[in-house]
Design a protein around this ligand. Structure first.
Ligand code: CA
Length: 233
C-alpha cells in the first residue's frame, strides 16, 4: 500500500491553519502545521514533506525568507505560497525564489486542493513511474527511491532532479526546451519571466551524477537551440 503523502502547512491564522489541516486530512493526506516562521522553517528542513503550503505574512520570518532558506538547502520539495490577492509583486517574488505555485488570499479551499493535487502530480513522476531506468549499461536509476548506481558507485538524486530525468525520459528522447521544463517540472506559468539558467544548473548537477564524463555527456545531451534530450541507450 502506498504511504500517505505528507503536507506541511505554515500559517499563523489559527482558523485558516486548522481549517486547511482538516481539509487535507479529509482528502487523504497526512498533515502537520506550524504557526510561525521559525517553527515552519525548522519543520520544513527537518521533516520529509511532499509539499509545503506557505503563507507569506508570518511572525518571526516571512514566507519569502523561508522559501529562500529551503531552496538554499537544496530541498526540492514543492512549495505553494499563499499570497495577498492581486499582489503581482508577491507572486513574482515567490516564483523567483522557487515556489512551485501560488494561491491568492482569500482563496477557495477547493481551488487550493486542486493546486496541491496538480503540483504533486507534476512533481510525482518519480513516484508514479516507480521503476528502474537504465542509461546504457553504466547507469541504473531507481526512480521511486531517488537513488541509483553508476558503474557500481551509489548515486542519489533530489526530488527535482528525478522529476527532471523522469520528464525527459517520458518524452521519448525528443529535445525538450528549457521553457517547457520550467513549465512542466517546476510548475512555472508559461511565459513567466524566469531565468532559464535554473534548468541549466540542474542539468549540470545531473550530468555530474549520471555521466561518466560530465564534460562530454552521452545520455543527457544538449540539442543546440532546442533544449535537452535524454538518451537511454
Ligand atoms: Ca499570515
Amino acid at each position: 500500500m502506498n504511504r500517505k503523502q505528507r503536507i506541511l502547512i505554515i500559517e499563523d491564522e489559527t482558523a485558516i491553519r486548522t481549517g486547511l489541516m482538516d481539509v487535507f486530512v479529509y482528502h487523504g493526506y497526512e498533515v502537520d502545521s506550524a504557526a510561525d516562521g521559525p517553527e515552519g522553517l525548522h519543520k520544513a528542513l527537518s521533516g520529509t514533506f511532499d509539499l509545503i503550503v506557505l503563507d507569506v505574512m508570518l511572525p518571526g520570518m516571512d514566507g519569502f525568507a523561508i522559501c529562500d532558506r529551503i531552496r538554499a538547502q537544496d530541498r526540492d520539495q514543492p512549495i505553494i505560497m499563499l499570497t495577498a490577492r492581486g499582489s503581482d509583486e508577491d507572486i513574482i517574488r515567490g516564483l523567483t525564489l522557487g515556489a512551485d505555485d501560488y494561491v491568492a488570499k482569500p482563496f477557495s479551499v477547493a481551488q487550493l486542493v486542486l493546486r496541491v493535487q496538480a503540483v504533486l502530480r507534476r512533481t510525482g513522476y518519480a513516484n508514479d513511474a516507480g521503476d528502474i531506468l537504465h542509461l546504457g549499461d553504466t547507469v541504473e536509476i531507481d526512480t521511486r527511491n531517488l537513488c541509483g548506481r553508476r558503474q557500481g558507485e551509489t548515486i542519489s538524486f533530489t526530488r527535482r532532479e528525478m522529476a527532471l530525468l523522469a520528464y525527459l525520459n517520458a518524452h521519448g528522447g525528443r529535445a525538450v526546451s528549457r521553457e517547457e521544463l520550467l513549465h512542466k517540472v517546476w510548475g512555472y506559468a508559461r511565459h513567466a519571466q524566469i531565468e532559464t539558467r535554473t534548468v541549466d544548473i540542474h542539468i549540470a548537477k545531473l550530468r555530474r551524477k549520471i555521466e561518466v564524463d560530465p564534460g562530454e555527456p552521452v545520455y543527457l545531451v544538449t540539442v543546440r537551440g532546442a533544449g535537452y534530450r535524454l538518451l537511454s541507450e
